[in-house]
Write a protein that binds this ligand. Structure first.
Ligand SMILES: Nc1ncnc2c1ncn2[C@@H]1O[C@H](COP(=O)(O)OP(=O)(O)OP(=O)(O)O)[C@@H](O)[C@H]1O
Ligand SMILES: CC(C)(CO)[C@@H](O)C(=O)NCCC(=O)O
Ligand SMILES: [K+]
Length: 236
C-alpha cells in the first residue's frame, strides 16, 4: 500500500494505491495541504510543483519524484531536466507505460502543459501555457473593466455580443485554438500515435478537439506510483 500525492499549484490530489487498484481521495487546496491531512499508515510518493507545499511536508520521509531518479523510465538526455516539473515527469512515465509511443500528453490544469515521449522513451520537449482559469484571472487582474467570468464546459460558437461573451469566446475558444496549434505543431515534429488529454480540464479540450483522447483522472498518479516502484525495486 502506498499514498500517492500530486501537488499542483491550485489543488493537491491524494490517492491510495491498494497494490492493484487506485483509490482517489478528496482534493485538498494546495495552500491548506499539511501532513495531518494525509493518510498516515503508508509510505508517501509525491509529485510537487509547489516548493512551499513540499517544504511543509518535510521530515516525513516522503519520496518526491524528479527527473533525476526517473532516468531508467524516461530518457531525459534531449532536454534540460533541471527545472522540469515533477507532474510533467509523471505524465511522461504514465504515457510510456499505458499508451503506444510516440505519445503526447496535454495536461490541462492551472497551466496547460505538453509532454512528448518518442518510441525510445525519450522526452522530446513540450509546452507551457496558462490554463483557462489563469487566462480569466489575468484579464480581470490586468484591467480596470473586465470581470472574472464563470466557467462553462461548452465551446462558444459565435463572437461575443457583450463583455462576458467576448471574454468567453476569446478565452475558451482561444484556449482550444492554442491547444490545437500546439498539438498540430508537435504532430509535425514526430509521428505521434497517442494524443492524450489529462488534468481537470481535459474533458473540455477533448470534447472540442477530435485528435485528443481524455485519459482517466488517475493518469498522473500512476506515473508517480511507477516511479516509486522502480526506485523501490532498485534499492531491493
Ligand atoms: N468549473 C470549473 N471550476 C474551476 N476550474 C475549472 C472549471 N472548469 C474548468 N476549469 C479549468 O480546469 C482547471 C482544473 O484543472 P485541475 O483540476 O487539473 O487542476 P487545478 O487545480 O487547476 O491545477 P493544478 O493541478 O495545477 O493544481 C482549472 O485550472 C480551470 O482552468
Ligand atoms: C508547468 C507547471 C506549473 C504545470 O503544473 C509545472 O510543471 C512546473 O512548475 N514546471 C516547471 C517548469 C517546467 O516544467 O519546465
Ligand atoms: K496539474
Amino acid at each position: 500500500m502506498l499514498t500517492l500525492l500530486n501537488i499542483g499549484n491550485t489543488h493537491a490530489q491524494p490517492a491510495i494505491w491498494h497494490d492493484g487498484y487506485l483509490e482517489l481521495l478528496p482534493r485538498i487546496p494546495t495552500s491548506e495541504l499539511t501532513w495531518e491531512r494525509l493518510p498516515q499508515e503508508y509510505p508517501v510518493a509525491a509529485a510537487s510543483v509547489v516548493p512551499k507545499a513540499s517544504a511543509r511536508l518535510a521530515g516525513h520521509g516522503i519520496y518526491f519524484l524528479s527527473a533525476y531518479d526517473c532516468g531508467g523510465l524516461i530518457d531525459f538526455s534531449r532536454v534540460d531536466p533541471t527545472t522540469l516539473g515533477a507532474d510533467r515527469v509523471a505524465n511522461a512515465i504514465a504515457a510510456a507505460e499505458f499508451y503506444p509511443l510516440p505519445a503526447l500528453v496535454v495536461d490541462c490544469g492551472t497551466a496547460i502543459t505538453i509532454e512528448i515521449v518518442d518510441e525510445r522513451r525519450r522526452f522530446l520537449g513540450g509546452a507551457i501555457a496558462p490554463g483557462r482559469r489563469l487566462m480569466r484571472r489575468a484579464l480581470f487582474e490586468g484591467t480596470a473593466q473586465l470581470p472574472e467570468i464563470p466557467f462553462s464546459q461548452e465551446l462558444p460558437e459565435e463572437p461575443g455580443r457583450n463583455t462576458v461573451e467576448a471574454i468567453r469566446f476569446g478565452v475558451d475558444r482561444g484556449a482550444v485554438g492554442l491547444v490545437r496549434e500546439l498539438v498540430a505543431a508537435s504532430l509535425r515534429s514526430c509521428g505521434i500515435v497517442s494524443c492524450l488529454a489529462a488534468g481537470g480540464d481535459a474533458g473540455f479540450f477533448a470534447a472540442a478537439l477530435p485528435e485528443l483522447k481524455a485519459v482517466e483522472s488517475d493518469f498522473t498518479l500512476h506515473g508517480i506510483r511507477l516511479a516509486w516502484e522502480r526506485r523501490r525495486d532498485r534499492q531491493a
